[in-house]
Design a protein around this ligand. Structure first.
Ligand SMILES: [Zn+2]
Length: 345
């Protein structure tokens, strides 16, 4: 018997505990508000344990709508799942209020960083989600962990979709890049250092293949065209339904891989960019170009052309105002590709 419908978002916002239930070959249970575990019967087919989160920033609506629809499709049997899955709606009050956060940016609070901030919904929620993910991955410690943390960008981007690839996770790089390409994500940003994001937390503490996925622009609820996520949807369905993954080819020619080279920090109240706030992510500046001024000093691009990603002059003093990135040459990608030969676990 298939259940007729299940509205994960509405249910999470009402705050009612969900009784455990089973639908065709699946056991579904709520382990915390906005956290649902989907366990398929037939554990002999288990290969990977997959976490998908959305709404860590409450106003990033397309991923929230997608996750809600995906959950409904699982419950109604329209999407097949053979792998253990944890679905998470991150910041429930911010989703309700249509804002990014209620007091602090939740995607800076993982890897234990919530302990360094005054207590708020976000610090408590980050601690709770760390615990949820830890329990899930510990339960399936014999499986390959995955975590997709879905976001949308505030500004335009030269690349509509891109992934932030965690620092220090250099194993199986081209297989992961090939998988991201199958999701319709051709641009990837390699971090230059550890962070305290949700996806980095899973990569570092649970050895997960984990990414922050930027999947388009912020929009109002109901204004999103989910067909723009069609390839992502299909690739995730394949990952969750097929115990054995197909061999995917990494197309170096279509890849836009960037390495973060520098982080620009806001040090003075008079910090300003030389470009306007609408600048698209990945806009490139040539060597010598002045991109910002603070304390009467200019910041110039050095060491070759650099793209600017996530520029924001309104951050607090001492915080990141922008990332500077360098494109990885196709030749370097071909060398990487030649060194790898297996499919994703
Ligand atoms: Zn976000």
């Amino acid at each position: 018997m298939h259940s007729t419908s299940f509205d994960f978002l509405a249910h999470s916002q009402q705050g009612n505990p969900l009784p455990d239930f089973s639908v065709e070959q699946l056991s579904i249970s709520q382990s915390a508000p906005g956290v649902v575990q989907v366990l398929p019967h037939g554990t002999e087919h288990y290969r990977r344990a997959v976490v998908i989160s959305a709404g860590v920033h409450g106003n990033e609506t397309a991923p929230i709508e997608w996750l809600n629809r995906f959950c409904e499709q699982i419950v109604t049997g329209q999407v097949a799942v053979t792998q253990p899955l944890l679905l998470i709606l991150g910041n429930l009050p911010a989703i309700e209020q249509g804002c990014r956060e209620t007091s602090v940016n939740m995607n800076r609070l993982f890897c234990g960083a919530h302990q360094d901030y005054p207590q708020s919904y976000e610090t408590l929620r980050a601690a709770e989600l760390e615990q949820q993910v830890a329990q899930f991955f510990a339960r399936f410690s014999h499986l390959q962990p995955y975590h997709f943390d879905m976001h949308t960008a505030i500004r335009a981007s030269k690349h509509e979709k891109f992934a932030v690839y965690p620092h220090g996770n250099e194993l199986l790089v081209t297989e992961q890049l090939a998988f991201l390409q199958s999701c319709g994500i051709y641009a990837v940003l390699f971090s230059n250092k550890p962070t305290t994001t949700f996806s980095y937390h899973s990569a570092k503490n649970h050895s997960a293949f984990a990414y922050t996925l930027e999947l388009g622009r912020v929009n109002d609820f109901g204004q999103n065209d989910l067909s723009r996520l069609q390839r992502f949807d299909a690739a995730i369905q394949q990952l969750l339904s097929q115990p054995q993954q197909p061999r995917l080819d990494f197309d170096t020619h279509r890849a836009y891989v960037y390495q973060v080279t520098e982080e620009l920090t806001k040090l003075a109240d008079d910090f300003e960019f030389t470009f306007d706030d609408q600048l698209a992510n990945f806009t490139e500046f040539s060597e010598g170009a002045i991109i910002a001024k603070q304390n009467g000093k200019a910041t110039r691009i050095e060491g070759g052309a650099r793209g600017v990603v996530f520029p924001n002059s309104h951050v607090a003093l001492g915080h990141r105002a922008a990332l500077l990135v360098k494109r990885v040459e196709e030749l370097e990608l071909k060398v990487l590709k030649a060194q790898s030969s297996s499919t994703l676990p």
